[in-house]
Design a protein around this ligand. Structure first.
Ligand code: 2AM
Ligand code: CA
Length: 268
């Protein structure tokens, strides 16, 4: 993608995210509907739908040749990553949004022919923008994020994960996950995959793993984490397929092999 065009798209996307964030903050204290999706804990609200629909309308008007993958289904059904694709999660951490009114984010990754070019994660209540353009560094607001310290001992590492995976034998044996939790210094659950990627890029956690995430949960985060020399693969170390769900490991690259090895023995 031409760097001038990329810069312009980035600027336009940042402005739309600001506008969408403001709209969410203005409306979140008024009544809205909450529905469930794949299971009783998988929530969606009127504001998730309204926000995705806002982005889809803007993109279709401004960039009619671009495609969209969105969590709430207003986008396109794609079978390839060819062309320019906006991968959108209008509210990542919907459970936090509904129950806690904080720790949720708007996440937009823009890919061109399969390569992540732009990543924007907006922590709406903290008013923090995490953003990156490929090969131009990652930023938190106006401040460039330093490259990750590549000398972290896993016993001194903090790993983001959902406690759910400690109680579920489908992907990794519970005992293996429990040993892993005891091995690391600490674990954290923020409840928004996008924010966990952003916090990894910021260097305040050292890794994040999840057994099943969708492209919109991770698209922006991958671009941002790449820019601080972090690495993102599936939990077996394989490249991700951005058109389907994947297990996810994003981490400081010095911990990548060790985390995979720790989990491999209990992998189903
Ligand atoms: P969401 O809030 O946009 O649904 C929670 O641990 C993280 O996992 C959130 O980023 C959440 O995204 C994501 N997630 C993906 N699939 C989920 C599901 N079926 N149920 C709950 N959270 C899910
Ligand atoms: Ca999500």
């Amino acid at each position: 993608m031409n760097s001038e065009i990329r810069k312009e798209i980035y600027q336009v996307a940042m402005n739309w995210v600001k506008e969408a964030g403001e709209n969410i903050r203005n409306k979140m204290d008024s009544p809205y509907d909450v529905d469930t999706k794949s299971n009783p804990n998988d929530l969606v609200t009127t504001l998730d739908k309204e926000t995705e629909s806002f982005f889809v309308q803007k993109i279709k008007e401004t960039y009619p040749n671009h495609s969209i993958i969105g969590e709430e289904g207003y986008g396109d059904r794609l079978t390839s990553m060819n062309g320019t694709i906006w991968i959108i999660d209008p509210i990542d951490g919907t459970m936090n949004f509904v129950h806690q009114k904080r720790n949720f984010a708007i996440s937009i990754g823009i890919y061109h022919d399969g390569i992540g070019e732009i990543g924007i994660i907006y922590d709406v209540m903290a008013n923090n923008f995490y953003h990156a353009i490929r090969n131009e560094g990652a930023f938190k607001n106006d401040k460039q994020l330093p490259l990750l310290n590549q000398d972290v001992d896993i016993r001194e590492g903090i790993i983001g994960m959902n406690h759910f995976w400690l109680c579920d034998n489908r992907f990794v044996q519970k005992e293996t996950m429990q040993q892993f939790v005891r091995k690391v210094r600490g674990t954290r659950t923020y409840g928004s995959a996008a924010l966990e990627f952003a916090f990894l890029a910021e260097g305040i956690i050292d890794g994040y793993l999840s057994m099943r995430l969708s492209p919109w949960d991770i698209a922006a985060g991958i671009v941002i984490v790449n820019e601080v020399d972090g690495v993102t693969t599936d939990i077996d170390g394989n490249p991700l397929n951005m058109l389907k769900k994947n297990s996810i490991l994003t981490c400081n690259s010095c911990l990548h092999k060790e985390i995979i090895d720790s989990i491999k023995k209990g992998r189903k």
